[in-house]
Design a protein around this ligand. Structure first.
Ligand code: AMP
Length: 317
């Protein structure tokens, strides 16, 4: 790992323009790792031009805002992508127009890309990795409060505020160090825990309408009509994804969210059975206990439910 970190810092020192990307439809870890790295670099190398790009996502702009840059800015730039397993999911397709590309990620490295990679699937979050990068060069790098806050937001996002098994002793140490660097843990947790009234009502709908199989597999389909009824788009469904996990007898679950073109985004979560292989069979992937995939129609939804049920039944044996 030390070699990879040295190689990354060497490139950062070499380039005066650095553009940081993350994945499409970002979550707090995507934005947190992106903004956290950018703020560390801005504070440590004030003479360099550091940009963050990708679509602004309402609801997460409190972590940090994106920059608008033209195509020419990519000429001779170093591009760093955080928290993104594969190139097709990188937000802002100009990521390939720079001089050099670096991947920093904590998903299984099934689809490598870039000239340089640092991938640690054991890390709770990409934000935790960015802290490790800072810590390795703590004599040279600075950790401003804005970076500490963004990284803390990313860590609690991916660990469900330290609830999921991805949380390690190291995660807790890093969280403490970020608090010491100025992150207001309580305020950030409150902010991430907040939901809008439509999301609160959708949460009630999810609990009311969730199907729970005897095996411990559970699922719900959220079609466009339902989302419209609640005044939400699919972006508003993120906050309900973790809800079924609170139910004692639910071991793994799938939430199927209809997209504008009629296909369904599948959000898979688990408290034990490994679900990322299932996700891979349906144009997806992700972590062993948190994955995403796609279903073309209701026939494929039925297939996924069957596969999930089998997988959870096998796990119970
Ligand atoms: P989500 O349900 O979208 O929050 O995704 C959970 C995890 O699965 C994240 O770590 C994503 O990076 C990953 N993931 C989601 N969708 C896909 C996909 N289509 N292909 C590969 N990985 C995905």
């Amino acid at each position: 790992m030390a070699d990879q970190l040295e190689a990354i810092l060497e490139q950062i020192k070499k380039y005066n323009k650095i553009i940081i990307h993350r994945h499409q439809r970002p979550d707090p870890d995507a934005i947190g790792s992106q903004i956290g790295l950018a703020e560390i670099l801005k504070a440590s190398f004030p003479y360099k031009q550091i940009y963050v790009v990708g679509k602004d996502i309402p609801g997460l702009d409190w972590i940090g805002q994106m920059d608008e840059i033209d195509g020419q800015t990519f000429d001779g730039a170093l591009v760093i992508v955080t928290d993104t397993a594969n190139a097709p999911r990188i937000d802002d397709r100009r990521f390939d127009n720079g001089d050099k590309l670096i991947k920093i990620d904590h998903h299984p490295n099934d689809e490598p890309y870039g000239d340089l990679m640092w991938v640690e699937p054991e890390a709770s979050s990409c934000s935790e990795m960015i802290y490790s990068f800072y810590q390795h060069f703590a004599k040279e790098l600075k950790m401003p409060k804005k970076a500490a806050s963004a990284l803390y937001a990313g860590i609690i996002g991916d660990t469900g505020r330290f609830l999921y098994p991805a949380t390690t002793p190291r995660t807790m140490l890093v969280a403490g160090a970020l608090m010491a660097a100025g992150a207001d843990a309580s305020a950030i947790s409150q902010r991430e825990n907040e939901i809008s009234e439509p999301v609160a009502r959708l949460s009630a709908y999810v609990y009311e309408n969730l199907t729970i199989n005897e095996s411990g597999a559970a699922y719900i389909v959220l079609d466009n009509d339902t989302l419209t009824k609640f005044g939400l788009t699919e972006a508003g469904t993120s906050a309900v994804v973790s809800l079924p996990g609170r139910i004692q007898n639910v071991l793994a679950w799938a939430i199927f969210v209809e997209q504008e073109d009629g296909h369904f985004r599948i959000r898979l979560r688990s408290k034990g059975p490994v679900i990322n292989e299932l996700a891979k069979h349906h144009y997806g992937g992700g972590h062993p206990l948190a994955s995403g995939a796609k279903a073309a129609d209701h026939t494929e939804i039925s297939q996924v439910i069957k596969e999930l049920d089998t997988l959870v039944s096998e796990y119970q044996k």
